[in-house]
Design a protein around this ligand. Structure first.
Ligand SMILES: [Fe+2]
Length: 234
């Protein structure tokens, strides 16, 4: 079977692995790959809710590892497709989903957080605030629901507040491993995603995931979530 080239041929954009365009860079092989996006705040800026040590490891080691492995899988996919090697293409799907999902989810997560002095923890205003009150009863009821579902999630995963952009309706969902929210429905858009992998809290909270979930709301960036909601539900 002939395969159409999916990838653009562009020249080397970044030799450092970092870029200023949201974490996308271009390799010399003409394959579009990804690089670690900068955090919009310092590693220690979310303390005491999340320690600087956790933030630095989470960003520099964990997120970077997903990106490295995603890029590797994409290169292997590129090779497999150019050879028409169907079994190899299929074999790569789980690595692409896991590592690509890890990159997508963490890129959202950093934007879901903000230092307290930068507005972190300030309740949502405007249409998102109204929608939360209408759908869940109150912001506190939503937080309790997400904390309960996040605490109950077995193993590693994420708890999400999303909006169904077709139904214009808020949803709370959990996903396992690094599955993005869209795996729960093609019209779901993530507004807030909370990482409940142990690497997100263990150094500070040990095994007490509920305490991490309780404190993370102090640095949630509701302004970002409100802007996204406004775009999907104008
Ligand atoms: Fe993580």
């Amino acid at each position: 079977m002939a395969l159409r080239p999916l990838l653009t041929r562009r020249t080397l954009a970044s030799a450092s692995g970092f870029s200023s365009n949201g974490g996308i860079t271009t390799s010399f092989r003409g394959l579009q790959t990804f690089s670690l996006p900068d955090l919009p705040y310092d590693y220690g800026a979310l303390q005491p809710a999340i320690s600087g040590e956790i933030m630095q490891l989470h960003h520099q080691k964990h997120h970077q590892a997903y990106i490295t492995n995603y890029n590797k899988a994409l290169e292997q996919l590129h090779d497999a497709m150019s050879k028409g090697d169907a079994p190899a293409v299929v074999k790569l799907q789980s690595a692409i989903k896991f590592n690509g999902g890890g990159h997508v989810n963490h890129s959202i997560f950093w934007k879901n957080l903000a230092p307290i002095q930068g507005g972190g923890g300030e309740p949502p205003k405007g249409s998102l605030g109204w929608a939360i009150d209408n759908h869940f009863g109150s912001l506190d009821a939503l937080v309790q629901k997400m904390n309960a579902e996040g605490a109950a999630l077995q193993g590693s995963g994420w708890v999400w507040l999303g909006v169904d952009k077709e139904l214009k309706k808020l949803v709370v969902e959990t996903t396992s491993n690094q599955d993005p929210l869209v795996t729960k429905g093609p019209s779901l858009v993530p507004l807030i995603g909370i990482d409940v992998w142990e690497h997100a809290y263990y150094l500070q909270y040990k095994n007490v995931r509920p305490d991490y979930l309780k404190n993370i709301w102090k640095v949630i960036n509701w302004k970002y979530a409100s802007e996204l909601y406004g775009k999907e539900c104008p």
